[in-house]
Write a protein that binds this ligand. Structure first.
Ligand code: SIN
Length: 520
């Protein structure tokens, strides 16, 4: 295999965590691996809500940490939650300094949105629903300007290279037109920040390439994966037949939008005292139940927002327009869609993984912040906090900054093996049916069997193996957890085993060898 050596830190991914870490590593030379043109194709750029941070003087980091713990259904690490909430304010001020134009009050404070399970309006936003897009636009401009960062676009990582027990590089392929043969890049260290797993499901709000490949790559190299079973389903993906499904942000419900069914009945009031602002997993299950019953759940913004939706929520308005929906006249049809993976590569407080030489941050990582159910808009916050922490730790571990590094030039590579689209579709269908909003032992076992068959149908495709590895971990961890907790709901074990629970930690080898047989 063609091999390139560089003294640069290799960052896999180009979303918020990746870019923030790359900037924070300055002046250490960085090579960023971005499957799409920089700033596009990442979940961060699609985030509509914003960043959760206690910026209002009447709010507090402790209240934010408490809400995070409460939403996480007994498996959030309370120390992690407090530390992240404590750091939130600094990052908002730093982003403001970087030029991000957060919505401001006439008095100069931050305009805060209210989202589900927050006891306070605490989500810092940009032009209503433009937070992710605007933050990524501003950061991408900084990354392009930064002399220490080289961005390789149109390439994706498929394997980790390990020598003497330490991760020392990645195998890459071109991925713009099909997939090329691989090329090895050896670097100073590797930071994985390549997003979550939502696209492993047939119905998802995640960008098309986000299919658990980076978690799977780390798992295949032996990394410990935490909380794999906890996949968050967003209750208000717009059910318009698009793949991925556009999001109707939770902030709409924060503004008073209500969920109704085809009979005009508001169904969340009897499901939870907080109605539409109940924790996300509860709203998602209620929406899913309405869909399953053929009751066509929909988000009615007409009374609460009226025409203000067009001005204050331009992304939602554009998605409705594109789908031929007019939310000023008719409620927006919605469905529960895979949105965020709370599980991921297990990391410590510095973003270090179980493998030497390997760090991870952002959605691909599992830090203990989200537990079984992530609090809205804590995702971008975690990307900021751990992006910077990982950079600080890497700088400390790697020691003196190497001299200026030459840019990496990839050779022309012959065609390689891309995942077969029929197999990817089958994988997404089986995950939705067997490892989705409502799970059972039988459904999970069937899903594991189907995943193994899919993998065996194209055994020479590494990119597919990364997806099936993550799918295997999700389904196995879900089978192992014989209770219902947060976003993980087992209709055959509907109760929660106590107010607090334990996190799950699993390697791929353990998942493959230990799929348990259900006895009850
Ligand atoms: C939303 O805006 O509803 C999503 C925000 C998030 O997932 O944190």
């Amino acid at each position: 295999m063609y091999c390139i050596h560089t003294g640069r830190v290799v960052i896999v991914g180009a979303g918020l965590a990746a870019q923030y870490a790359a900037l924070s590593l300055a002046p250490r030379p960085v090579l960023m691996i971005s499957p799409a043109p920089l700033g596009q194709g990442t979940s961060s750029a699609w985030a509509q809500g914003g960043v959760a941070a206690a910026m209002d003087p009447a709010d507090s980091a402790s209240a934010h940490a408490r809400d995070t713990v409460q939403a996480g259904a007994g498996t959030v690490d309370a120390q992690v939650a407090q530390a992240v909430a404590d750091e939130a304010r600094t990052h908002i001020l730093d982003l403001t300094e970087l030029g991000i134009l957060f919505d401001r009050t006439p008095e100069g404070g931050y305009v805060m949105s209210r989202e589900a399970a927050h006891s306070f309006a605490r989500v810092v936003r940009v032009r209503g629903d433009q937070a992710g897009a605007e933050i990524m636009r501003a950061l991408s401009a900084q990354v392009r300007e930064a002399a220490h960062i080289q961005v390789l676009e149109g390439v994706m990582a498929t394997n980790l290279e390990i020598a003497n027990g330490t991760v020392c590089g990645v195998v890459l392929v071109h991925c713009t037109n099909g997939m090329s043969a691989p090329c090895l890049i050896r670097g100073a260290a590797v930071l994985l920040a390549g997003g979550g797993s939502g696209g492993l499901y047939a119905l998802t709000t995640n960008p098309p390439r986000v299919r658990g490949q980076v978690i799977g790559m780390a798992a295949r190299a032996g990394a410990v994966i935490a909380d794999a079973e906890f996949v968050q389903f967003h209750p208000t993906a717009i059910a318009c037949g698009l793949d991925p499904a556009p999001l109707a942000t939770e902030a709409l419900r924060g503004e008073g939008a209500i969920l109704i069914n085809r009979h005009g009945i508001r169904f969340m009031q009897e499901a939870h005292p907080d109605a539409e602002l109940a924790p996300r997993d509860i709203v998602a299950r209620a929406v899913f139940a309405q869909t399953q019953a053929g009751l066509a759940p929909a988000l009615d913004t007409r009374t609460a927002l009226g025409a203000r939706l067009l001005r204050d929520f331009p992304a939602v308005a554009a998605a409705c327009h594109q789908s031929g929906l007019n939310p000023l006249v008719t409620p927006i049809p919605v469905a529960a869609a895979a949105h965020y993976h709370m599980g991921g590569i297990a990391t410590d407080a510095a973003g270090h993984t179980s493998l030497e030489g390997l760090w991870a941050c952002g959605e691909v990582a599992s830090t203990g912040l989200h537990g079984a159910n992530r609090l809205a808009s804590n995702g971008l916050l975690e990307a900021l906090v751990y992006g910077r922490r990982a950079a600080v730790d890497m700088n400390a571990v790697l020691g003196p900054i190497p001299k200026q590094q030459a840019g990496v030039t990839l050779p022309d590579l012959p065609p390689g093996t891309a995942p077969r689209s029929d197999l990817v579709n089958r994988l997404r269908q089986t995950m939705t049916h067997g490892a989705g909003v409502i799970r059972t032992a039988q459904g999970l076992q069937n899903t594991l069997t189907e995943i193994a068959t899919i993998e065996a149908d194209q055994p020479d495709c590494t990119a597919l193996a990364n997806m099936t590895a993550t799918a295997t971990l999700i389904a196995t961890a879900a089978l192992n957890r014989r209770e219902s907790r947060g976003a993980h709901f087992r209709s055959d074990h509907p109760e929660c085993d106590g107010a607090t629970g334990t996190r799950s930690f699993l390697t791929l080898t353990e998942a493959r060898s230990a799929a348990p047989l259900e006895t009850t």
